[in-house]
Design a protein around this ligand. Structure first.
Ligand code: CTP
Ligand code: CA
Length: 229
């Protein structure tokens, strides 16, 4: 029995998912970016559709085909992603921040290509902080009872960092995974622990990103979405 077919537990719900990784331009040909492929966010979108949700996917620089039945909004930078997420979240029941958002952006954008000069050292690149979209939507929910989910990739002290991050961000659930050079980024599989603000810590064994996505929806619906009368 496919649970999406048997139990459309997201029917009538609007779900907003950010996916991919932001790019912060330095000049017309260069950017600061990250390794996120967007596959986990797209798996969340597909599985949410199967469970009956209306899905808006905010896709940052992904090279993946639009999932069927999903409203896809393409963005480039963290500032653009923030705008698109806030707009879509205004009537959302669930917001999942699966995108890798750049913490910093170049303080200045060079309108023309930056050129090297013989005998001169390169100028350092000054950076400024980007807005923290997850902290902002968690602190300022657009709707009563809106469920907010974050993702965190950690390399060391995974659980301790995850617990501290859940508290700092103020979201309901934080999906924490351990990353290395080859694991997670661009791969088809993932392993994680889903931390909840109610104190539960649910391990999800190494497996397809679809399985982790289903586990996230299970936690969202069971813990934070009592059945409608
Ligand atoms: N996030 C966000 N806006 C940012 C940075 C991160 O919304 N400017 C979201 C990510 O989408 C993710 C969660 O916050 O869901 C955790 O991202 P992470 O980079 O692990 O958190 P940071 O607070 O940036 O911590 P760190 O210093 O470890 O990078
Ligand atoms: Ca970060």
């Amino acid at each position: 029995l496919r649970r999406g077919v048997a139990a459309p537990d997201l029917a009538g719900r609007h779900v907003v998912i950010s996916a991919g990784g932001t790019r912060e331009p330095l000049d017309p040909v260069r950017f600061l970016g990250n390794r996120s492929s967007g596959k986990q966010g797209y798996a969340l979108a597909r599985t949410a559709v199967a469970r009956g949700a209306r899905v808006t996917l905010i896709a940052a620089n992904t090279a993946l085909a639009d999932p069927a039945g999903v409203d896809v909004v393409r963005v480039g930078t963290a500032v653009q992603l923030r705008e698109a997420v806030l707009k879509a979240a205004s009537d959302a029941d669930v917001v999942v921040m699966a995108a890798a958002v750049a913490d910093f952006r170049p303080a200045e954008y060079a309108g023309g290509k930056i050129k090297k000069k013989d005998g001169e050292d390169p100028a350092p690149v000054a950076l400024v902080r980007n807005p923290d979209v997850l902290a902002e939507i968690s602190a300022d929910r657009a709707r009563e009872g809106q469920v907010v989910v974050g993702f965190a990739a950690e390399t060391d002290d995974v659980l301790d960092n995850g617990r501290a991050k859940l508290r700092r961000k103020g979201c309901d659930l934080l999906v924490v995974n351990e990353v290395g050079e080859t694991r997670t980024f661009g791969s088809e599989e993932n392993e994680a622990i889903i931390l909840s603000s109610d104190g539960s810590e649910i391990p999800v064994p190494y497996g397809p990103k679809e399985a982790l996505a289903e586990a996230v929806w299970d936690q969202v619906t069971r813990r934070y979405m009592p059945r409608r009368a």
